[in-house]
Design a protein around this ligand. Structure first.
Ligand code: GLN
Length: 301
């Protein structure tokens, strides 16, 4: 019987897809739930296949091997259910550094690169000590440490898995000028008073009933890294109040905050004796980072 092989081949030809066909199908599947459907599909397929974008453009008519097709399908379904691309990949680029990310921490965002840029601009000397409170994946501390090799950078987080992750990122990037502490804000006894020229933080700053918590990537990120009381300022208030005790004289505190919180943050800094207070705008034109200088070292917590 010669019919069987022919029909089997025909049947198989329907199942097997080329890279281009798989991408088209994934784009269509993701179009309803992602505003970056085409990019998501491509990034996920390139990561799974280990191919480059250039290869894809030249050889998109290559057939996808069945286990790769199955894994791609699974990722596309998870992405369609809203899972962030960074969690699927396990990596996100931040300030030119490839960072491992996990569900224990926020996914580093471009907005936060502004905080690092401001910190670099304020770091007046070639060496000093900097602290990143609530470091998560270590993004801020690592970006700063990579640009300022003669600074000692400490990253703290109250979530043990975050500390482990940040440490792993530091090791992979070979950034030995960092240390990592398990600490809720300033609680760790190794954080010496008046020792930091810079304190930086991207703390939780979303109000607990903010509707934005039900949209996009934040649905999959740890609530404890996002939400800070009824106005989103609980943690910011605590950090501003405690920072003067840990800042060296003339040291700077830099905070990322919500798009509508800059005036409140400036006011809190004024109340706690900071000077040279100013805010910087993100790429969307929102005041996103506020900083102030601790003119006189004080022991008031
Ligand atoms: N910028 C993040 C967002 O709005 C929140 C980060 C944070 O709370 N620190 O999605």
């Amino acid at each position: 019987m010669s019919i069987r092989p022919t029909s089997w081949r025909r049947c198989k030809a329907i199942d097997v897809m080329t890279f281009d066909q798989a991408l088209k199908k994934a784009r269509e599947r993701l179009a309803a739930t992602s505003s970056t459907a085409a990019l998501d599909a491509e990034v996920l397929l390139l990561a799974l296949s280990g191919k480059s974008r250039a290869w894809l453009y030249g050889f998109g008519d290559t057939e996808l091997e069945s286990t790769l097709a199955a894994r791609f399908d699974e990722w596309v379904e998870r992405r369609a259910a809203g899972e962030p691309v960074a969690y699927l990949l396990g990596f996100r680029e931040f300030f030119g550094l490839q960072l491992e990310v996990s569900r224990a921490t926020l996914i580093p965002r471009p907005d936060t690169e502004l905080l690092v840029e401001q910190a670099l601009a304020l770091a007046g000397s070639a060496s000093g000590r900097a602290l990143d409170l609530g470091t998560g994946s270590g993004a801020i501390a690592l970006a700063f440490a990579s640009q300022c090799p003669d600074w000692q950078v400490t990253g703290c987080d109250r979530v043990p898995d975050a500390v482990t992750l940040a440490q792993r990122n530091a090791e992979r990037l070979g950034l030995g000028n960092t240390r990592w502490l398990h600490s809720r804000w300033f609680d760790h006894h190794e954080l010496a008073p008046h020792s930091f020229a810079l304190i930086m933080s991207n703390p939780p700053y979303i109000a607990e009933h903010d509707r934005h918590l039900d949209q996009g990537d934040v649905r999959f990120e740890p609530r404890s890294a996002l939400v800070a009381g009824s106005d989103g300022l609980d943690d910011i208030r605590e950090i501003i109040a405690a920072s003067p005790r840990y800042l060296a004289s003339q040291g700077w505190l830099l905070l990322e905050h919500g798009y509508d919180q800059a005036a409140a943050v400036r006011h809190l800094m004024e109340q706690h004796g900071f000077s040279q207070i100013a805010s910087a705008r993100d790429l969307g034109g929102h005041e996103r980072v506020t900083f102030g200088q601790c003119a006189v070292a004080t022991d008031a917590a």
